[in-house]
Write a protein that binds this ligand. Structure first.
Ligand code: CA
Length: 230
């Protein structure tokens, strides 16, 4: 599958050039031209890396970066700074950007950074925090517990594995086939019905109203999308 790069940048000419080069290198490229649209796309389209301009209409790049990190989004962010924005660079790194590159930059340099950060992103893909919190829910991966509104539920080891995968891939559609592959392994053959039963049980623990799921959404004909913390 192609890696997806989100460019949040309002200079159309720059975007065109970047897009051309990134597509040539085999990446899928999506683009937003203001901060609000960029934040939305970052949350909904699960990109693998974000190139983020600082001076943007509606919401500046620093705010976009800050909000993504506050929502536990850990994908690599490379800030695109203009000359003279030295202070912003520092702030950018402080609020959780992974890197910055100063305009005008060479395509080669940018590609090298993009590749390096994608490699890092992949390595960390499987690592989730030992405790993951959102709204009034707290998932404790070490002690196999979920707490919702102060009520504690035990998790089975299978449920822990499913939730870890969901958290690592939050916002993405996770197909039943993927769950079979990653959690059960292809040697065992649980039916898709089995998976659905486990999800039902998880919903009873995580969701206030399991019939109106807010965190573990069903994606018709595909599988599930976990939105806790997004
Ligand atoms: Ca700009």
């Amino acid at each position: 599958m192609k890696e997806k790069i989100l460019i949040i940048e309002d200079e159309e000419e720059l975007v065109k050039g970047l897009k051309l080069n990134l597509v040539f290198e085999g990446y899928e490229v999506i683009w937003a031209m203001d901060g609000e649209e960029g934040l939305n796309k970052a949350l909904k389209e699960a990109p693998d890396l974000i190139l983020l301009d600082i001076m943007l209409p509606k919401k500046d790049g620093l705010d976009v970066c800050r909000e993504l990190r506050q929502r536990n989004v850990t994908i690599p962010i490379v800030m695109l700074t203009a000359k003279g924005e030295e202070v912003d660079k520092v702030v950018g790194l402080e609020i959780g950007a992974d890197d910055y590159i100063t305009k005008p930059f060479s395509v080669r340099e940018l590609m090298a950074r993009v590749k390096a950060h994608l490699r890092r992103g992949k390595k960390e893909e499987k690592s989730v925090p030992s405790v993951y919190r959102f709204n009034d829910v707290e998932i404790d991966f070490i002690h196999f517990k979920v707490k919702r509104s102060g009520i504690e539920f035990d998790l089975t080891s299978l449920e822990v594995e499913i939730l870890k995968y969901f958290v690592a891939h939050r916002g993405e559609v996770v197909t039943r086939d993927t769950l079979l592959d990653k959690i059960w392994g292809y040697e065992s053959y649980p039916s898709t019905r089995t998976i659905d039963n486990h999800i039902l049980k998880l919903r009873k623990k995580l969701e206030e109203d399991p019939a109106q799921a807010k965190y573990i959404f069903s994606v018709y004909g595909e599988g599930y999308r976990f939105m806790g913390g997004l």
